[in-house]
Design a protein around this ligand. Structure first.
Ligand code: UD1
Length: 426
């Protein structure tokens, strides 16, 4: 099994190329199911979750062809997806259990084929993460849905019909599933209390390029005028704001300076706000975002919330930063109920953190000390890498397959900025 060894204490300096966003690329790949035409996606990151989505689409009959553009560097890839012949509308447990975002094939399959059977998902162990909102929303669009043997069995033989759907709770995945399904429904759908994450706007812009008619992109109220068919398109995936925020913390926590090449500040204002409060200098430049850390971060309180609030996917990384701050911070998690699994591992590195319900009190310590730790989910894993970058001595991160789900060439990007980090097999 692969592990990562980090020897901490080096301030990072240099430039980090930001990859295409995993959480935008996954729904964009699922959107290929909506059309007989070819969808060409650029800047798709090379990640395990992308390979899982490609395998899932492949067994539905979608041809997924990687096309290496001659001028591209080692990052990212162009994928050509062709769903002219859908062979199966069943998304099996063996693939879906690996990645919760697999449920994103439900809306497109149902809208295009009139039926879909999707296993109930697994994914990160960060809470129960049900899919009731996806199911209730699609039922509002006229689908009959039953749960049979661990599968969501949905059908709409006469096609889906537009409706007013109000999401009782903000959900990124449910908004994406409904947006895709409504694009091929008959009549008008109004999506109220839609999630506003930038990845949803990215999906909506791609759907528009495929011929969908969507109003209110970027807001919590979208109106979708269904069309009978969608065509192929050529689309570039947005930069990964969570990857970018993670490297911004790497600069801040090591007291270094990084240019995050390709970053877009307007996508991550809450993260930038928290970093500035921690004492980092953050400046927008034509190429991206420059982040400079101070000797020791200042403490600050954070509460996660749907976009444009503070992203839950950045909570673990900010906890690593708070762990070495000059004072106490309170980090409150409101999106997922079990998202403090990095805490016991950070404690192993000498952090002082006490969790009470949804809040973690983090008393900054003068320094962390390297130790063996275990990755538990994607963002928790990277928080351990960040802590390892500043800890004295050697940190070994076990179970790093979680990192490969969401960070493209993590060690290479860090080594290029002067980190002492390597992957090894043991
Ligand atoms: C997406 C992101 C994930 C991020 C999360 C919140 C992708 C591939 N993943 O996940 O990285 O952490 O948004 O920003 O984009 N919920 C229900 N019922 C449902 C659906 C969700 O109760 O049917 C709850 C969830 O358990 C959670 C909250 O709603 O408490 C938000 O979840 P949601 O926004 O749906 O997250 P995902 O789309 O799974």
């Amino acid at each position: 099994m692969d592990r990562i060894r980090i020897r901490g204490g080096r301030p990072l300096k240099g430039s980090v190329p930001i990859s295409g966003a995993k959480n935008a690329a996954l729904p964009l790949m699922a959107a290929a199911l909506l059309s007989e035409g070819e969808l060409s996606l650029r800047r798709v990151p090379r990640l395990a979750d992308i390979a899982t989505m490609a395998a899932l689409l492949g067994q539905h009959g979608v041809q997924v062809l990687p096309e290496a553009p001659p001028s591209a560097g080692p990052l990212g890839q162009t994928l050509r997806l062709n769903a002219a012949n859908i062979l199966s509308t069943r998304a099996p447990y063996d693939i879906v259990r690996k990645m919760r975002a697999s449920v994103l094939v439900l809306g497109p399959l149902l809208a295009r084929m009139g039926r879909a059977e999707v296993s109930l998902p697994g994914g990160c162990a960060i809470g129960t993460r049900p899919v009731d909102l996806h199911i209730a929303g699609l039922a509002k669009l006229g689908a009959s849905i039953e749960l049979v043997d661990g599968y969501i069995r949905a059908s709409a033989p006469g096609g889906l019909k537009g409706a007013v759907v109000r999401l009782p709770k903000v959900s990124v995945g449910a908004t994406e599933n409904l947006l895709m399904a409504a694009s091929l429904a008959k009549g008008t759908t109004v999506l109220e209390n839609a999630a506003r994450e930038p990845e949803i706007a990215d999906l909506a812009h791609c759907l528009v390029a495929m011929g969908a008619r969507i109003d209110g992109i970027g807001s919590d109220l979208m109106t979708i005028e269904g069309v009978p068919t969608l065509r192929g398109a050529d689309y570039s995936v947005m930069p990964d704001r969570i990857e970018c925020g993670t490297y911004a913390v790497a600069a801040a926590i090591t007291g270094g300076e990084l240019l995050l090449d390709g970053a877009r500040a307007e996508l991550m204002e809450s993260t930038i706000g928290a970093l500035v409060e921690a004492g980092a200098e953050v400046a927008s430049e034509p190429a991206g975002l420059r982040v400079r850390g101070r000797l020791r971060p200042r403490p600050g309180d954070i509460t996660t919330a749907p976009y444009p609030g503070f992203a839950t996917d950045m909570q673990a990384q900010m906890m690593a930063l708070a762990a070495v701050a000059e004072g106490a911070s309170v980090l409150t998690e409101t999106i997922f109920e079990n998202r403090f699994m990095h805490v016991p591992e950070l404690l192993r590195l000498g952090a002082d953190i006490r969790v009470s319900g949804a809040a973690a009190l983090v008393r900054g310590v003068d320094h962390l000390v390297g130790a063996p730790v275990m990755a538990t989910d994607l963002r928790a894993s990277v928080s351990l890498v960040l802590a390892g970058l500043v800890a004295r001595g050697e940190t070994i991160v076990n179970r790093i397959y979680h990192l490969d789900r969401g960070y493209e060439r993590l060690e290479a990007k860090l080594v290029a900025c002067g980190a002492d980090i390597e992957r090894f097999s043991a």
